[in-house]
Design a protein around this ligand. Structure first.
Ligand code: 5GP
Length: 188
């Protein structure tokens, strides 16, 4: 897919594990890495900005993008569609820019098939209790939604051995440094 030595870095792991926080902190430390902006059919949260956190789409719009082969990968998570638009990823890799994807486990498994030379990093919580606390703490999901996400997390954790690296999100800063180290090692 790419002709340069730019890396496609896939950060994945259960919802609530802190992937978003890690990716934001990672980009603050290394501004040369581009963050892929996903498309989704889920409703925006108060913290979301269209075109910045996601491209918010109707189900029809999303399905049209699928039919037109506009996604590197897409998945249905919790009844909503999420997908990585292909064109910007290809463009950035072609320009020699590393691209970071923050996606769910199903999506990451698809990318492993399509782009095995990617760097696949699985983020795990220190404990399941920590995951539940984080989901409750961010206050953006209902109790029912939290329970669904915990159930999904247990399934997702079973896939962790398929990844190149497993990083424990105990302290965000440490997790970020570990990931930057992994990326750096791939440059050698
Ligand atoms: P949230 O609704 O909390 O923003 O995201 C729910 C889940 O979807 C998270 O695990 C997030 O990483 C994942 N996700 C976000 N964008 C994408 C994407 O483009 N593709 C896939 N497969 N998952 C995504």
């Amino acid at each position: 897919m790419s002709t340069t030595n730019a890396n496609l870095i896939v950060i994945s792991g259960p919802s609530g594990v802190g992937k978003g926080t890690i990716c934001t902190a990672l980009r603050e430390k290394n501004k040369e890495i581009a963050l892929s902006i996903s498309a989704t059919t889920r409703k925006p949260r108060t913290t979301d900005v269209d075109g910045v956190t996601y491209f918010f789409k109707s189900e029809d719009e999303f399905k049209e993008m699928i039919e037109n082969d506009q996604f590197l990968e897409w998945a249905v998570y919790n009844g909503q569609y999420y997908g990585t638009p292909l064109a910007p990823v290809l463009e950035q890799l072609k320009n020699g820019t590393d691209v970071l994807l923050e996606i769910d486990v199903q999506g990451a498994l698809h990318v492993m098939e399509k782009y095995p030379e990617g760097i696949f990093i699985f983020i795990v919580p220190p404990t399941t209790a920590a995951l539940r606390e984080r989901l409750i703490g961010r206050g953006t999901e209902t109790d029912e939604e939290i329970n669904r996400r915990i159930a999904a997390a247990e399934e997702e954790l079973n896939q962790k051995d398929k990844y190149d690296y497993i990083v424990i999100n105990h302290v965000v800063d440490d997790a970020v440094d570990e990931i930057l180290h992994i990326i750096q090692n791939h440059k050698k």
